[in-house]
Write a protein that binds this ligand. Structure first.
Ligand code: SF4
Length: 177
């Protein structure tokens, strides 16, 4: 089984605890997508004829990609790699990007699993971390994702964040599941 990970290095704003590679300027996003498609084509022989069972869009904030950009990348992957028809395709998404209309669009795309970046359901903690979403958006987007038919998703808390331990997060996240 093989998988492909794609890093999408753009974010709306910088969370205080984060040390991933990203830019808060979206100016180069379109050029990046063009370069990514070229890179995919250049790497077409890297996995031979191996079946690709998983594709993971990580970041950064991949939910900043437009539906068109996602489709272009997906088409390029399927052109150059042996992607299984039932491959699990995960998109990391932040709650503030997951309104009803966006979720409907995502359901029509190749994405069939969401990794939702919820660090807390507490407004004060979200503010301290400089997260772009509100506590209400965190709860709402989980319910909306379920309503729109996403049966595969998971929350993605940053457990390394020192003030918030695992038990605290599990307790906090429980109401949203
Ligand atoms: S949205 Fe994610 S990748 Fe971007 S700064 Fe925040 S934690 Fe880091």
């Amino acid at each position: 089984m093989s998988g492909i990970y794609l890093h999408i290095p753009y974010c709306k704003q910088a969370c205080h605890y984060c040390d991933f590679h990203f830019s808060t300027s979206l100016e180069s996003k379109s050029a990046f997508v063009t370069a990514l498609k070229k890179e995919i084509a250049l790497r077409k022989d890297y996995l031979g004829d191996e079946r690709i069972e998983t594709i993971y869009y990580g970041g950064g904030t991949p939910s900043l990609l437009t539906a068109g950009e996602l489709e272009e990348i997906d088409n390029t992957l399927r052109t150059h790699f042996n992607v299984a028809a039932d491959a699990e395709i995960t998109l990391e998404a932040n709650p503030d990007d997951l309104d009803a209309s966006r979720l409907e669009t995502l359901r029509k795309s190749a994405v069939n699993r969401l990794s939702i970046g919820i660090q807390s359901f507490r407004e004060e903690d979200l503010h301290m971390m400089n997260r772009a979403h509100k506590a209400t958006e965190a709860v709402d987007c989980v319910k909306l994702a379920q309503d729109k038919g996403f049966s595969k998703y998971h929350h993605r808390p940053h457990l390394r964040y020192s003030r918030i331990g695992r038990s605290f997060l599990e307790e906090e996240l429980a109401p949203g599941i």
